[in-house]
Design a protein around this ligand. Structure first.
Ligand code: ZN
Ligand code: ZN
Length: 358
């Protein structure tokens, strides 16, 4: 049995508890996970024994060659083609991915269903299976993380006053591609000075002047798998206060990593980073969750938020990324990608974390 067949079977083994006979998979990442298809227009009708894959004529050749499952090439909307199979096989309880199916597509489905069949919204079924990575997936994530760190090393040594945020972001993405990445896993964040306090700042034409913070959050996509890393550096020797904040964030990040082990909840990791920042009176300046799972998508379950009850298990790849953001002054975030192992975790990101002044 191939990896794809195994994954389909594992998803189908949860149909009964979701009260469905079949599942229509529409999320591109889930479609890729179950079939290997990485194009933009694919739909899967998964039954307990078969995988029907639908795409349009643009992808006919690629699908026939690479996709696992029975390929249907359809001219019109893919859901219409799927309803034909649903009718032929007399399927009744049709699960669909509520978070990834448009109102229009679900209406088309509804209109096309035979009498007695019904639509059942399903949330997160494939995503839950995707949380624990296989050995092959872990190798791809490792490769992506290594590549990402190498791109950072190549660029950071050339950062100096006079360079724009946009130049740095462009150079990072260029280096990623030169190292073999398909693309950045998300829009690269390069934020200097007080803009580093905006957790998701886009790079601007601002030119570095020196004596300022610089936050870089970057990730590559390699063979479909993401990496994610943030480093914050200081141009010129940092003031004492900035050094203190950096030390607190680093301590929080290490406390988070320390809390990662199989059996622990995702929420307990978040609480560990927050507890550390609280010691320094900085917990209110930490405005997002501690991290997230990553794989075929840059953000996937589990979410490492305060009340998340997901139990961590070996094979999960997650980020640990506490930050402190002071409006008008600046922000510091430190982020690594880590792998949950049978005894704790392995930090995949090789890039050093001592406060770097350049
Ligand atoms: Zn992240
Ligand atoms: Zn990030």
């Amino acid at each position: 049995m191939t990896d794809f067949e195994q994954r389909c079977q594992s998803v189908a083994s949860h149909f009964a508890e979701n009260k469905v006979d079949v599942l229509l998979v529409a999320s591109p990442a889930n479609v890729r996970y179950l079939s290997g298809f990485d194009g933009s227009n694919g739909l899967i009708l998964l039954t307990p024994s078969e995988t029907h894959f639908f795409t349009d004529p643009r992808y006919a050749t690629a699908a026939a060659r690479y996709v696992s499952g029975k390929v249907h090439v359809a001219k019109g909307p893919l859901v219409n083609a799927a309803t034909i199979v649903i009718k032929r096989k007399k399927l009744k309880k049709i699960g669909f991915e509520a978070a990834h199916t448009s109102v229009q597509a679900s209406q088309r489905l509804k209109d096309g269903l035979p009498l007695g069949a019904s639509l059942v919204p399903v949330v997160g079924l494939v995503e839950e299976r995707r949380m624990v990575k296989s050995a092959v997936e872990i190798e791809k994530i490792r490769g992506s993380v290594r590549l990402n760190s190498e791109a950072y090393q190549r660029v950071i040594r050339r950062v100096r006053p006079g360079v724009r945020e946009l130049d740095i972001a462009a150079e990072i993405e260029y280096q990623m591609k030169m190292l073999g990445a398909e693309k950045p896993a998300f829009d690269t964040i390069v934020a200097a000075k007080d803009r580093s306090a905006l957790p998701h700042a886009h790079p601007t034409g601002y030119r570095l002047v020196g004596n300022e913070l610089l936050l870089i959050d970057m990730g590559a996509s390699l063979e479909g798998y993401s990496s994610d890393m943030t480093r914050t550096v200081h141009l010129g020797p940092p003031p004492k206060r900035i050094k203190q904040i950096y030390a607190a964030v680093l301590e929080a990040q290490l406390a988070g990593i320390d809390a990662v082990r199989p059996g622990a909840t995702a929420g307990s990791v978040d609480r560990a980073t927050r507890r550390t920042l609280k010691k320094y009176g900085m917990e209110k300046a930490f405005v997002h969750s501690t991290g997230h799972g990553l794989g075929l998508e840059i953000h996937e379950p589990p979410r490492l938020g305060k009340n998340d009850k997901t139990i961590l298990a070996p094979g999960m790849a997650i980020t640990i990324e506490p930050g402190v953001y002071l409006e008008g002054q600046g922000g510091i975030r430190i982020e690594d990608t880590v792998l949950v192992t049978s005894t704790g975790c392995e930090i995949l990101t090789p890039t050093p974390k001592e406060f770097l002044s350049i």
